[in-house]
Design a protein around this ligand. Structure first.
Ligand SMILES: [Zn+2]
Length: 234
């Protein structure tokens, strides 16, 4: 294998690794978004639990107010009853008082039910908040891991770029542009061995004259089908 091919193969190896690192770095923001999205469901559940509890509190206040209004009415009716001298009016007021007393009883029962419901809703809210806290902890850990990975890969990529520049300097100058172009257009594989008379990049049979040049160890021999740089098996 010629020194030029050796240099190109080293370069190709580093370029491949560099490509992997760049892909890895490009994936990180997507992973971060996905991690954060996992919080949304739990956040919505907490909001829902809190809203339900608050609506229930409003209902309790309303029932309390209704009962208070009726108690005031009962007091007023009792005063009227005390002041009247007419027997039928006295009895009519008495019926009204009984009716309002029943209302108050019903409202008190309703309030107790709502307060029991509030207990259950508070428990549900606490559970939702706990679930959110757990998810948040996991998400924070994942985000920290991703930040760590970004830092590490960026460092490794920077080192690799320097090494790549050193290796590129060892490639014959006239072959470098062709290599770069093939790397870009041929999915990161620019230099391939000719195996069994075929280009191992595109797997198409090479013409005899090409194989002769490859076997003579010439540099810059290209596959006539895909254009990749070829080298012979030693
Ligand atoms: Zn080919």
């Amino acid at each position: 294998m010629s020194p030029a091919i050796q240099a190109l193969l080293l370069l190709q190896d580093r370029d491949k690794r560099l490509r992997g690192m760049i892909e890895d770095l490009e994936r990180i923001p997507k992973d971060e978004t996905r991690a954060k999205e996992r919080l949304a469901g739990d956040q919505a559940a907490v909001k829902n639990a809190r809203d339900t509890l608050m609506a229930n509190e409003v209902d309790i206040k309303k029932v309390e107010l209704d009962a208070a209004t009726r108690r005031t009415t009962i007091l007023r009716l009792k005063t009227q009853q005390f002041e009247t001298r007419k027997n039928d009016e006295y009895q009519a007021l008495g019926h009204e008082i009984v009716r309002y007393d029943k209302d108050v009883d019903l409202l008190e029962t309703k309030e107790l039910e709502l307060m029991e419901k509030a207990d259950a809703l508070r428990t549900a809210l606490a559970a939702a908040e706990q679930a959110l806290a757990k998810t948040k902890q996991r998400v924070d850990e994942e985000l920290a891991m991703l930040a760590e990975r970004r830092k590490r890969v960026e460092g490794e990529a920077a080192d690799l770029r320097l090494e790549r520049e050193r290796l590129a300097a060892a490639v014959p100058e006239e072959q470098l542009p062709l290599y770069e172009r093939l790397l870009k257009n041929k999915n990161g594989i620019a230099v391939v061995p000719a195996i069994g008379g075929k280009c191992s990049g595109c797997h198409i049979k090479l013409v005899t004259s090409t194989m002769v040049r490859v076997n003579s160890g010439l540099d810059g021999v290209q596959c006539e089908s895909c254009g990749r740089l070829l080298y012979g098996e030693d």
